[in-house]
Design a protein around this ligand. Structure first.
Ligand SMILES: [Zn+2]
Length: 388
C-alpha cells in the first residue's frame, strides 16, 4: 500500500469508528435539473474546506440592526449560576436594560437549600423584580414512592418562591436511569404525582426533550448538522446507545396528553422548528402545551413567511426564550422577529449554513411573545415595567 493509501485507509477506519458514512455525494446539487458543462471538472485551485469557504454577500438591501427590543421582554429560558453576587447581578441588569430585557427566568432549576439560597439572593438584591428562579426535579434512583416524594419536594420549592419547574433537561429521556437500571421513560407513571402537583399549584413545567433530529441520524454529508456533529462528540446520539428521536417525541407527547391540566412549555420549539406544521398540530390537539424560541432562531429565520404565519396563528402559545445568556446575541432575535430585513447573518457558524430573514411580526403578536404570555402562564411575576 502506498503512503497515501495507508493514510486514506486510516482516515476511513477513524471515520467508521465514530459511525460516519463518508459516501461521496456527487458534484451535482439537489436542485440541478441536468448535467452542465463543467460538472465533471475539478476546481483548478485547491478547494476550501467546509470551514474556510465564507462567501461575502454582495447583496445590497436596507439594514435595520435592532439593538433594543421594541417592547419589554421576559426571557423564560436563561441560565445563571446562583447565587449571584451583587456585582454580578449589577452587570447583568445593566446589559438587560440596554436590550430592553425586563426579566429573566433562571431555568437552571434548583431544589431544596440551593433553591432557597438562590431566591434569597434575588430578593436581597437591588434587582429583585428582574429575575425569578425555577425549581427542578432530580430524577435519580426512580423507584416506587419516588413520585410522591418528588412532588412533596416540589411543593416545598414552590412555597420557597419558585413559580415554575424547569428547565427539566434533556438527560430526562436520553440518559436518566431508574433504580432497576432501565431507562426512565418520560411518561413513566411513577412520575405522575409530580405533574399533577404542578397542575394543582398552577405552575408551568418547562421541559427540554431530545435534541435536533439530525443529532440522532447517521453523520453523512447530507446531514444538515454535519459540521456541528463533527465538532461536538457529546451531541451525537447513535442508535445503538440512545433511544431514537421519534421514541422520545412519542413519550413526550404521551406525557403531555396524560396530564391535560398541567401546563407544559416545550423548550426549543419542541425541536420542531424545521416542521412547524407538526408543532401546530400538537397545539391544536393539546391546549396545555406552550413553547419557546431558545437557540432555534435559525429555523424561523430561514422560513420567514411560514414562521410569521405560524406565530400569528399560535400567538398565545409561544414565549420568548434565548437559552445562553449572551447579551450580544439578543439583537439577532429582535431583528428577526421585528424587521423585514433580508439575508442577514446568524451568530453561529457551525450550523445553519444560511442567512436569516425578518418576520416583521405585528406589535400585538410581539407583545404576547415578549411578555404577555409569560405573565399569564407564570404565577406571581412582578408586573412593574410592562405597558398596561
Ligand atoms: Zn436551557
Amino acid at each position: 500500500m502506498t503512503t497515501r493509501g495507508i493514510l486514506v485507509a486510516a482516515a476511513l477506519l477513524g471515520a467508521v469508528a465514530v459511525g460516519i458514512a463518508q459516501t461521496p455525494q456527487g458534484r451535482q446539487s439537489e436542485g440541478a435539473l441536468q448535467r452542465r458543462p463543467g460538472a465533471d471538472r475539478e476546481p483548478e485551485f485547491p478547494a476550501p474546506t467546509i470551514r474556510q469557504y465564507k462567501p461575502k454577500s454582495t447583496l445590497v438591501v436596507p439594514q435595520h440592526p435592532t439593538p433594543r427590543a421594541k417592547f419589554p421582554v421576559i426571557d423564560i429560558h436563561s441560565h445563571h449560576n446562583m447565587p449571584l453576587s451583587a456585582a454580578q447581578f449589577d452587570t447583568i441588569a445593566e446589559s438587560m436594560d440596554a436590550l430592553n430585557l425586563r426579566m429573566l427566568v433562571n431555568s437552571t432549576g434548583m431544589t431544596g437549600e440551593r433553591l432557597v439560597a438562590s431566591v434569597a439572593a434575588i430578593r436581597a438584591s437591588r434587582h429583585r423584580d428582574r429575575m425569578v428562579q425555577f425549581a427542578t426535579i432530580s430524577f435519580r434512583d426512580v423507584g416506587p414512592g419516588f413520585g410522591v416524594r418528588a412532588a412533596r419536594q416540589l411543593e416545598a420549592d414552590v412555597k420557597a418562591g419558585a413559580p415554575g419547574v424547569g428547565e427539566i433537561g434533556k438527560g430526562f429521556g436520553l440518559q436518566s436511569r431508574k433504580a432497576d437500571g432501565s431507562r426512565l421513560k418520560l411518561d413513566d407513571p411513577e412520575l405522575d404525582p409530580i405533574w399533577e402537583t404542578a397542575a394543582r399549584l398552577n405552575i408551568p413545567v418547562f421541559i427540554h426533550t431530545a435534541d435536533p433530529q439530525e443529532f440522532f441520524q447517521p453523520i453523512t454529508y447530507t446531514n444538515e448538522r454535519w459540521l456541528e456533529l463533527a465538532l461536538y462528540p457529546e451531541r451525537r446520539y447513535p442508535s445503538d446507545k440512545f433511544p431514537s428521536f421519534e421514541t422520545l417525541m412519542g413519550e413526550r407527547d404521551r406525557l403531555f396528553r396524560r396530564h391535560p391540566k398541567t401546563t407544559f412549555i416545550a423548550a426549543h420549539l419542541g425541536w420542531h422548528g424545521n416542521d412547524l406544521g407538526r408543532l401546530g398540530r400538537m397545539f391544536d390537539e393539546m391546549p396545555n402545551l406552550y413553547t419557546e424560541l431558545g437557540a432555534v432562531l435559525y429555523e424561523l429565520g430561514r422560513q420567514p413567511r411560514a414562521a410569521r404565519e405560524f406565530l400569528v396563528k399560535y400567538q398565545d402559545r409561544v414565549l420568548f426564550g434565548k437559552d445562553n445568556y449572551q447579551p450580544d446575541e439578543f439583537p439577532y432575535y429582535w431583528r428577526t422577529l421585528e424587521t423585514a430585513d433580508e439575508y442577514f447573518d446568524y451568530y453561529r457558524d457551525y450550523h445553519a449554513f444560511w442567512k436569516l430573514y425578518g418576520l416583521a411580526l405585528p406589535d400585538e403578536v410581539l407583545k404576547k411573545l415578549y411578555y404577555q404570555n409569560a405573565l399569564r402562564l407564570v404565577p406571581g411575576l412582578p408586573r412593574t415595567g410592562f405597558p398596561q
